[in-house]
Design a protein around this ligand. Structure first.
Ligand code: DGY
Length: 423
């Protein structure tokens, strides 16, 4: 096994971000994902801030260029055309400049903006950028509540597995089974021509993914109609925890860039979310669970997202201890933390996208969450596993938790970003 030195790896990580730079925004990796992705870009911006502040801000500015009038920041922004990806702008059928997809993704934006603000050495530049990014993030968070929790239950919902960023997680299996497999759009997958299909979502999942896109396009991407009509409606514990953390980070920015009324509004949303997340604790699983909002039942699947309330600061001391015990159990079953799905569950697939592999951005959030909640040793262990994966395997999209093998796309932007943050 080749081990690379930290200095070489950091130079390599910076060169990945430079190579994936398409003139102000970064693609996650060449060909497989040839556009700007929402949560990828937020992590990439934090990575850039370690060596190029101006470029870090530009990443967030390009993300905000995709924002809709109602506040939605889409999952994909198609700044420039590419034939390498399906479904491209035609399938989404959204007539905007730049074209975008019509669903969202984990809202890391405000957390990235706060991180850039706190790391910045050029204060004047940061203030100028935040004068635009702060209000955009505020509108985005309002969108999550208005469009996705119209009844103020305390949990925002997602209407498509792609919104979670954890597309084919076993957590979505039962809810997704309600979505028919017929599609208007002809499915022309490109991902499986670029990557071994055993590492990607299955064909049947794609049929259901595209069925939902067809359905929403038929509703003209009207948020209220989509919410009412979607056969897939889930409160993803990952998104809710990431949003709560983002609200807390936005509150810090509101002190400097917002008004008192905005700060009060943000605090109120954060409190509601915190209460919603607290209800998703599962004593039996020792983690938080997502909730199927169509059946109004918890989803019995322990995923890495179930640990993200640690990142949000939403856990009691007892819950943090129980989650640490759960992670220790997982550590007994695999060589590298944190597998995206319970490695002791029969549905665990260690090489298939979000059904088992380790993803470094999730590790980074869980590692910090453990450190912030009194689980120092385990937090350091997660960070050490994260950097060891890169040292042994390079900058893969995701990793096999059994032996660390790099999987999916290579020269991956957010993997490079996380290395730069942890090196
Ligand atoms: C993909 O195309 O695999 C992406 O995860 C969708 O966002």
């Amino acid at each position: 096994m080749t081990e690379f030195s930290a200095t070489d790896l950091s130079a390599h990580a910076r060169s990945i971000l430079r190579a994936n730079d398409h003139g102000g925004y970064t693609v996650p990796t060449a060909r497989l994902y040839p556009f700007q992705w929402n949560w990828d870009s937020a992590f990439v911006a934090i990575g850039f801030s370690t060596f190029d502040e101006a470029r870090a801000w530009s990443e967030l500015e390009f993300l905000v260029k995709g924002q809709w009038e109602d506040g939605l920041i889409p999952q994909i922004i198609f700044h420039a055309p590419s034939d390498d990806y399906f479904p491209g702008p035609k399938v989404w059928g959204i007539d905007r400049t730049p074209p975008t997809s019509g669903i969202s993704q984990p809202p890391v934006l405000a957390s990235a903006a706060r991180a850039l603000w706190e790391r910045c050495s050029d204060r004047a530049l940061a203030e100028a950028k935040l004068a635009e990014i702060y209000p955009a993030a505020l509108r985005y968070h309002r969108w999550w509540q208005q469009a996705r929790d119209p009844q103020r239950t305390g949990l925002v919902s997602i209407l498509h597995p792609w919104e979670t960023g954890m597309d084919n997680s076993p957590a979505w299996d039962m809810a997704l089974a309600r979505v028919p497999t017929d599609t208007v759009t002809v499915i022309e997958r490109r991902d499986t021509t670029l990557i071994d299909p055993s590492m990607r979502p299955r064909g049947e999942e794609y049929q259901r993914f595209i069925h939902l896109v067809d359905l929403f396009r038929g509703l003209n991407w009207d948020a209220a109609k989509m919410f009412a009509a979607s056969p897939f409606r889930v409160a993803d514990i990952g998104i809710n925890a990431i949003l709560l953390r983002a609200e807390r980070d936005l509150l810090v920015l509101a002190d400097r860039f917002g008004t008192k009324a905005e700060a009060a509004e943000i605090s109120a949303r954060a409190e509601l979310l915190q209460a919603g997340i607290r209800r998703q604790w599962s004593e039996r699983h020792g983690v938080f669970l997502s909730r199927d909002l169509v059946t109004d039942a918890p989803i019995e699947a322990a995923t890495s997202a179930g640990f993200l309330p640690l990142w949000a600061g939403a856990t009691t001391p007892e819950q943090s201890v129980a989650m640490a015990a759960k992670l220790e159990k997982w550590a007994g079953a695999v060589a590298f933390l944190v597998p995206s799905f319970d490695p002791t569950d029969p549905r665990f697939e260690p090489m298939r996208y979000w059904r088992g592999p380790v993803w470094l951005v999730v590790n980074w959030m869980i590692g910090h969450g453990l450190l912030a909640n009194g689980q120092e040793a385990l937090g350091l262990r997660v960070h050490a596993d994260t950097t060891r994966l890169v040292r042994e395997q390079g900058f893969a999209e995701y990793f096999d938790p059994r032996d660390g093998s790099g999987l999916g796309g290579g020269e991956f932007s957010w993997t490079a970003a996380i290395w730069l943050l942890l090196e």
